[in-house]
Design a protein around this ligand. Structure first.
Ligand code: ADP
Length: 465
């Protein structure tokens, strides 16, 4: 099915709603005004008839011999033109004056034109001329009877019909104008909403094509759309960052693999070509390079494992102090060999954490302290609770790290210049693994160090509440 543009459907929706409202208001106001006007006309007609009767009635003069027929004639002809047909009888029911007899032509013309007009324009009224009878009295004495016939329930003249017509026309015009204005407004509003959405669609399409540099304009008035744009930008930025890290990691791995592989292959080549004897020392050297390679692969696996730790932590209640003690014990032989004095100080401190992974962090820090501390050095592990934080510090009296390098030691494959010259040490992944694990637990890992004096690595983790 062909999909409609959001802009078109929004504009259509607004136009439809407004059209309906305008139509409803138009119909309602037109009906109400017409009704009110008709009620007014009806009332006026009745009052006119009453006034006519009162007017004629007040002209009865007993001393002058009764009715002034000339006056009745004037009034009657005047009223006829207005649609009122009068007939005056004296008190003995003798006909004194009759509009029909006086001007039959005019009488028929008035009656026909009113009936024709009303039946043509308001047939549903089903009206007709109805005669109303008035007793004309002076005090209690009856002077005669006046019959007034007029079109009932009411009738309107040409001007009055025109008034209604003009009113309806004005209402339709106002409706039309507001409809056009509403459609224009609808188009404007929908454009305002859809334009940034089109921007978001464009950006997400670009992102899905791998162009993570694209950004959406967030300088928008509508909060939800602004939030959407910000979320898209955030997503693009983190994808860009991940892409960057992925590339970095690939090049780092390639770089790290190159040295041992080149070494092994050049040894092998020389041995195959009989240029070099495969002596046990040379084979041992190859074996060491291969061990380095295998260690590197293990490290990479551990790193991958640690970085996905955030999604898969096996948390339990862990006493950091006793965990540090157990791990430290594992290093006993190595520490003894290097005659390094290691001690654990502090107090029982509970955290809600993945014991195996936190143990990995402590082991990494201890192993580094051991590797980068010369014989007869000292390693101090401290565990304590600082308000809501469990703090584990591993301090050594080793070679230390320069200020410029401190911030970089947590990067993957980063090794300080000093450590590169040493036989000990790994591929520079241990601290990246530790950092990933600590962060997955909502904690931080920092380092303070002084070259030649020693280093202090501090892990801060939230305590169990
Ligand atoms: P590695 O496996 O090389 O030890 P890490 O990621 O654990 O890798 O450490 C990165 C680098 O940080 C090390 O190569 C070393 O240069 C430096 N480093 C780590 N711990 C210490 C320490 N206790 N004393 C001095 N340098 C250290």
């Amino acid at each position: 099915m062909k999909k409609m543009h959001l802009r078109t459907s929004l504009s259509l929706f607004v136009a439809l709603v407004v059209a309906f409202t305008v139509f409803l208001i138009g119909i309602l106001s037109s009906t109400l005004i017409s009704r009110q006007f008709e009620a007014y006309v009806r009332q006026t007609q009745k009052e006119q008839a009453d006034d006519l009767a009162a007017g004629i009635g007040s002209h009865y003069d007993a001393s002058e011999g009764g009715w002034n027929i000339d006056y009745v004639h004037g009034m009657g002809m005047y009223a006829l033109k207005d649609g009122f047909i009068i007939r005056l009888y004296d008190r003995d029911r003798k006909l004194l004056w009759d509009a029909e007899n006086h001007d039959m032509a005019l009488f028929h013309e008035v009656m026909d034109s009113i009936t024709r007009r009303m039946q043509e324009k308001r047939p549903e009224l089903d009206g007709d001329f109805v005669t109303y009878s008035y007793d004309l009295k002076t005090g209690d004495e009856r002077n005669g009877v006046l019959e007034i016939s007029y079109y009932t329930p009411f009738y309107m003249n040409e001007n009055e019909f025109q008034f209604i017509q003009v009113l309806n026309r004005i209402l339709s015009l106002a409706g039309g104008v507001s409809l056009i204005a509403a459609v224009a407004l609808g188009i404007m509003i929908s454009r305002r909403i859809t334009m940034p959405i089109s921007g978001v669609v464009y950006a997400t399409r670009k992102i899905s094509e791998g162009d993570y540099g694209v950004r959406v304009d967030t300088d928008l008035k509508e909060r939800e759309i602004c939030e959407l744009a910000e979320a898209i930008n955030h997503m693009a930025a983190s994808l860009e960052e991940q892409e960057h890290l992925r590339r970095q990691l690939t090049s780092d791995i390639a770089h790290e693999l190159r040295t041992p592989v080149t070494n092994i292959s050049s040894y092998m080549e020389l041995m195959i070509d009989d240029v070099m004897e495969p002596t046990p020392e040379r084979l041992k050297s190859c074996y060491e390079e291969l061990s380095r390679l295998s260690g590197l692969i293990t490290d990479l696996e551990r790193l991958e494992n640690a970085e996905s730790a955030g999604y898969d932590l096996n948390r339990e209640d862990v006493d950091l102090y006793s965990l540090a003690g157990t791990i430290l014990q594992g290093f006993e032989t190595k520490l003894h060999e290097k005659r390094i004095d290691a001690k654990l100080i502090g107090e029982e401190t509970h955290i809600f954490a993945d014991q195996r992974r936190i143990g990995q962090v402590i082991a990494n820090l201890l192993s580094n302290a051991l590797n980068y501390t010369d014989e007869n050095g000292r390693i101090t592990v401290t565990v304590k609770k600082d308000q809501e934080t469990a703090v584990l510090a591993v301090e050594d009296t080793g070679i230390g790290i320069s200020q410029e390098e401190i911030s970089r030691v947590f990067e993957r494959f980063y090794r300080t210049d000093k450590s590169r010259t040493r036989k000990t040490g790994g591929a520079g992944i241990g601290l990246s693994i530790s950092k990933a694990i600590v962060q997955a637990h909502g904690g931080t890992i920092t380092c303070e160090s002084e070259p030649g004096t020693g280093s202090r690595f501090v892990v801060a983790l939230p305590v169990t509440s």
